[in-house]
Write a protein of this length. Sequence first.
Length: 381
Amino acid sequence: MRSTTRNCAFKIQKRVLLSLSLCVPLCAFSAPLLGQQPPVVWEPVTSSALLQEAASSTVGQGADEQTPGNIRGKVVDQSGAQITGALLKLTREGQSSSQEVESDEEGQFFFFNVAPGAFELTITSEGLATQTVSGTVKAGETCVVPQVTMVVATLVTEVRVGLPPDEVAQVQIEAQEKQRAFGFVPNFYVSYVHDAARLSPKLKFRLAWKSASDPVTLAGVGFLAGIDQAADRWGAYGQGMEGYAKRYAATYTDVFGATFLGGAVLPSLLKQDPRYFYKGTGSKRSRLLYAISNSVICKGDNGRWQPNYSNVLGSFGAAGLANLYYPEADRRGAASVASTALIRLGETSLAAILQEFVFPRFSSRRSARSQSQRSTVAIAH
C-alpha cells in the first residue's frame, strides 16, 4: 500500500516537473510574439551613481555659462574722425596673456570668442593720449563698448602749460610740415585739429615756402615740364635742354605764384586761413560737399567760415601773371586767364577731396602729432 502511494506521488511530481520544464521555454519563446517585455530587473541605486548624475548635470550648466562672447567698438579723435590703426589690448583679471587688435579704416575694432567675465581695454595710438575702458562680457552676447574718444597729446600738454596762442600755432605748423601722404607726398596744408590756433602772417609765408621748395614739389614740376615738352606745349620754347629749362621755369612759376598768392599774400591781407580743416564726421555726401566747397569757402582768422576770397582771387591772379611770361603765341587774353583760374579752383576742390577721403589713411600725421607733443614739452621747459 505504501509502495503504491509512493509510486503515485512520484508520478505526480514527475508530471509537474515535466510541465514546468516545458512551460519555461514556451513562455520565453512566446513573450516577444505577444508583444510582452521581459521582466524588469530592479537594481539598488547607490549614492555614487547619484553623485555621478549630479556632476554631469553641473558640467552641462557650466558649459552654458562658458559660451564665449564678443567685444566691439569704435575709436575716434577729439574731432570725431575715425582713427585707423589704433592698438587695442584686451586683458583679463588674473590672466597674464592678452589679445591685441588694431582699429580698421572705419575706426572699428572687434574681439571674437572672448570668455565671459570682466575685461579691460587699453587703447594707444602714436601722438594720442592713452585711454582705458572696462566692461563685462556675458555668455553668448556681444559687448558694445561706448565710443572711445582719444585726445591729441599736444592739446593736453598745451592746456596744462598754458602756452600763448602764437607758440601753439608754431608747434602745430611744425607738426603739419611733417605730414606726408604715402610717406613722400607733401600734405602740409591740411589740419587735423578742428580748432587749430590762428596763423600769423609769418607762419602763412613759412608754410607757403615749405610747400613750394619741397623736393617732391620740384620733382613734380620737372615731370610736368617733361610732359609739356613731349606734347610740344609752348612751342616757341623749342626742344632740347633749353626748351625743357624754359618749360620747367614756366611751370614752377605757376606753382610758386599760385601757392604764395592764394596761400600767403592774400590770406595775410584778408586775414583768412589757407589750410584745409579735415572734417572726418557725418555722411559721405556731407563730407564730399564740404570738401568741394573748400575752394570757395574757408575759415577766417577769427574762426568763422566765410567766402574764400584768398583762393579765388589767388587763382585768377596767378593765371593773370602766367599770361605775362608765356610765349606771345600762347597768350589768349581774358578768356585764357578765366579758364586757367577755373581749372585751378577745380584742382583745389579735387585736392580737398583727396585730403578728406584718401590721404588720412596713408598720411604720417600721427608721427607729426608725436613730434608736436615733443616740441610743446620743449617749449614748456
